[in-house]
Ligand binder design. Sequence first.
Ligand SMILES: Nc1ncnc2c1ncn2[C@@H]1O[C@H](COP(=O)(O)OP(=O)(O)O)[C@@H](O)[C@H]1O
Ligand SMILES: [Mg+2]
Length: 505
Amino acid sequence: MVTSETALAPLVELRDIGKRFPGVVANHDVNVTIRPGTVHALVGENGAGKSTLMKILYGVQRPDDGTVLVDGTEHAFKSPSDAIAVGIGMVFQHFMLADNLTVLENCVLGAERIHGIAGKARAAFVDLGQRFGFDLDPDALVEDLGVAARQRLEIVKVLYRGAQVIILDEPTAVLVPQEVDQLFTNLRDLRASGHSLLFISHKLDEVLAIADDITVMRRGTTVGEAKPGSVTKRQLAELMVGSELPSPETAESTVQTRMMLSLAGVSLVVGERSVLDGIDLTIHKGEVLGIAGVEGNGQTELVEVIMGMTKPTSGAIVLGDVDVTAMSTRGRREAGIGYIPEDRQRHGLLLDAPLWENRILGHQTQPPNARGPWIDRRGARRDTERIVEQYDVRTPSIDTNARALSGGNQQKLIVGREMSGDPVLLMASHPTRGVDVGAQAAIWDHIRDARKAGLAVLLISADLDELIGLSDTIEVILRGRLVGTFDPTTVTPAELGTAMTGGHD
Ligand SMILES: Nc1ncnc2c1ncn2[C@@H]1O[C@H](COP(=O)(O)OP(=O)(O)O)[C@@H](O)[C@H]1O
Ligand SMILES: [Mg+2]
C-alpha cells in the first residue's frame, strides 16, 4: 500500500542550485521540489533562468553550486545519458529530429540498446502511442510532419527511453489553441500513469489550467511557490515581473487613408508547388494587418517576397507609391521597411558579435551607422546605447556578444534597431515569440506607439491573443491563400483556429 507519506515524498529536488556564465548569474539559490505524478509548472520571464535550471536537471549543464536529488539520492550528472539513466527526459524548445528519417527511426535512434531495432522497437513505439494517446504514424517521414506532430514525437522519444520525469521547455509556444488542448490531454494521461511533468511556460492561463504545483523564478532565483486553486493570474504575473499584468489591447483605430503596402496577385510557385496563390492585400498608414495561420502555410514566403529575398512568380508589390517588385532587399530596407525576422538567431543577429555591431546589421548604409560610404562606429555605438536604454535591453554592456543575452533581450535589441530610422512599414514575424511577459509588453507598447505615429505593420504571429490584441484587421492564410478576413474586436481564438485548419463552422 502506498501511504500518504510515501506518495508525498519528492521525486526530484533541486537544492540551492547556482550556475554562472561569464558576466551572467543564470541561477542562484534555486530550490524546486517535484512530487511524483504531478504537473509542475516553472514560470518566469525570459532570462529568469528556467532553461538553464532544466538543462542542469537533464545533465546538459553542470551546476556550480547546489545538489540534484532524484528519489532522495544525490546525483552529479555528467551528461544527459546519466539523467536518462535515472528516468529524466527533456523536450527542448527547438526540436532535435532528423528530417530525412521516419518517425520510428527518429525514436529508436540512439536508444537501440533499450528495445533493439527491429520488430520489438516498433511494438514498443506503437504501445507507447496507444497507451498515452499520441497520434503518430511510425512510417511517416519527419519532414512531412507539422510542428505538433514533431512535438508528440519528441515526447514519445523521451518515454521510449524510460523517462519518469519529463521536462517540456515552453512546449505551447509553437502550438495553436486546438493543439494545446491535445497536448494537455496527453499530459494529463501521462500524469495519471504516474509520470511527473515539468511544464515551462509564461502563459499563465495555461499554467493555471494544467499545473498541480507552480514555482516562480525571477532574475535567476526561485521567488515563490503557488497552487493554481489559490493564486490569481495577476498575483502570478506580479511575482514574475513585480508589476501588473500587461495586455496587448489596442484601443482606438489609427488607420489612415494612405496606402503603405499593397500586394496584387502575388503568387509563388516552387517546383510544382504553389506556395503563394494570388495574394491581394493592402496595409494603410497606422494600420496593423495580422496574419493568422498554422506554420508552413506560406507566411515565411510571404515575408520573403515582400522583403525581396524571394522573387514572386507573378504579381506586384507596391510600397507607398513605388513599385518595389524588382527592388533588392537592401533597396527595400532603404525605402523604409523595418524587418523583425522569424528566426532571430539565424537572420536577425550575429550571435558572436557585440551588440553595437548588431546595431549595424542590415543598416550598414544608413545613419547613424554610416557617413557617406564609411561605417560610423561612434555613431553606431552611441545609438546602441540609446536602444539599450530606451528598449530596456538588459546587458552588461554594448560590447557584450549577442549570444550572451536572453531571447527577450535579443528581441528587444532587434525591435529597437528595426524601429530606428522611422520605417514606414514594419514586417514583424513572431515579434514576441519566446519572449517573457515584461519584454512582450514593452514590444507591444513600441509597436502601438509607432502605429499611432503612422507606421504600417504586417504582423505574423502564432500567438492568437497577440494577433487579436494588436491588429486592426486579421487575414487567415491557408495553403498559400488568404481564406478569410476577420475583425479582431469580435473574433475569438477558436474561430481563428477553425479557419486556420480549414474547418467550417
Ligand atoms: N550558455 C550560456 N552562456 C552564457 N549565458 C547564458 C547561457 N545560457 C543562458 N545564459 C544566460 O543566463 C540567463 C538565464 O537564461 P535562461 O536559463 O535561458 O532563461 P529562461 O529560460 O528563463 O529564459 C540569461 O541571462 C541568459 O542570457
Ligand atoms: Mg528558456
